[in-house]
Every structure is written in structure tokens, then in C-alpha cells.
Ligand binder design. Structure first.
Ligand code: S3P
Length: 170
């Protein structure tokens, strides 16, 4: 890893891309702690992300997501799996740039993401295929600004981790 870079890896990408699964495996391989932002929010609030959206609304969720991001970033080294929307909130985007870690975008075509999310009930922002596609398009310009892009289409999580390790930035 670059000597001036902090030993913090932020995994980002759209919902369903595998940030949590890949993050846990990557943490194991590096022997670094793994922090799943959504899981810490759920544990901290004793409820599900869906319930937080339903009871308190998305703006409240974004506030606690930001607090969770700042808290998680105090751990070093760490692999941090962001939520699908974390990196596209401008204050978070700026914070992550300043935090000095490495950002890795797990990329996957929309169709495969849709297949993976369909039929599950745990994602409040997966409402219908049209709004899912719109959100995806809106977010791509942010995701593209990550330090690295790792394609994940048709690839299992272990291979994705191997491809991340091949970046040799750690
Ligand atoms: C969100 C994605 C979810 C979760 C929340 C909001 C989003 O995380 O943070 O439902 O804005 O795309 P995953 O990307 O892990 O599904």
C-alpha cells in the first residue's frame, strides 16, 4: 500500500453487488477487521434498515449512516463495506476522500443486480425495476470515482477477493 495511504479499504457499489460477502472474505485474507456499515447500524439501533426507513425516513437513515461511517473509519486497519448509497452522499464522499483510505468499486451490470435483489424484502430502496434502474444510473458517476473498479459479473466472491488482492495496494 502507498506509504501515505491509511490501511482502510472502503468497498462500495450498488445494492446486491456483494460488498458484505466480499468484505468479510477480504478481511479474513488480510487479517484485518471487517466492518459492515449496515450491520453496525442495525446492531446499534436494534432494528432493521427497512424498519428505520419505514419508521424514521431516509433522511434520518442518512444521518445515522454518516455517523456510522465516521465511527467505523476510526478503526485501522479495516475493511469497511459501505451501503449502496453511502458513497453517493456528498458529505460522505468528501469525508472518505479525506480519510485517506482506498476505495474499491465492485461493479456489476444492472440486470444481474436486479436478479439478485428481486424477491428479497430487506432493501427499502428496491421498489420496482424502473426506479432501481434510475437509481443505478444516478449513482454510477459517483462509483466511477473510486480508486479501483473490480468487475464482479459471473464471478464468485472468492475470485473477486483474489482480484482485489491482485491490485497490490495493501
Ligand atoms: C441502500 C443500500 C443498502 C442500505 C440501505 C440503503 C442504498 O445497503 O444501506 O437500504 O441507498 O442503496 P446494500 O447496498 O448493502 O444493500
Amino acid at each position: 500500500m502507498h506509504p501515505l495511504k491509511k490501511r482502510l479499504i472502503y468497498l462500495l457499489g450498488f445494492m446486491g453487488v456483494g460488498k458484505s460477502t466480499v468484505g468479510a472474505l477480504l478481511g479474513e485474507r488480510l487479517h484485518w477487521p471487517f466492518i459492515d456499515l449496515d450491520a453496525t447500524i442495525e446492531a446499534g439501533h436494534g432494528t432493521t434498515i427497512r424498519q428505520i426507513f419505514e419508521n424514521a425516513g431516509e433522511p434520518f437513515f442518512r444521518q445515522i449512516e454518516r455517523a456510522a461511517l465516521m465511527e467505523a473509519s476510526k478503526t485501522e486497519p479495516a475493511v469497511i463495506a459501505l451501503g449502496g448509497g453511502t458513497f453517493v452522499q456528498k458529505p460522505n464522499f468528501d469525508y472518505i476522500q479525506e480519510a485517506g483510505g482506498t476505495t474499491i468499486w465492485l461493479d456489476c451490470p444492472l440486470e444481474e443486480l436486479r436478479r439478485r435483489c428481486e424477491g428479497k424484502n430487506d432493501r427499502p430502496l428496491f421498489r420496482d425495476p424502473a426506479s432501481f434502474a434510475q437509481l443505478f444510473e444516478q449513482r454510477l458517476p459517483f462509483y466511477r470515482q473510486a480508486d479501483h473498479r473490480i468487475p464482479t459479473e459471473g464471478i464468485g466472491p472468492e475470485e473477486v477477493v483474489e482480484n482485489i488482492l491482485r491490485l497490490q495496494v495493501f
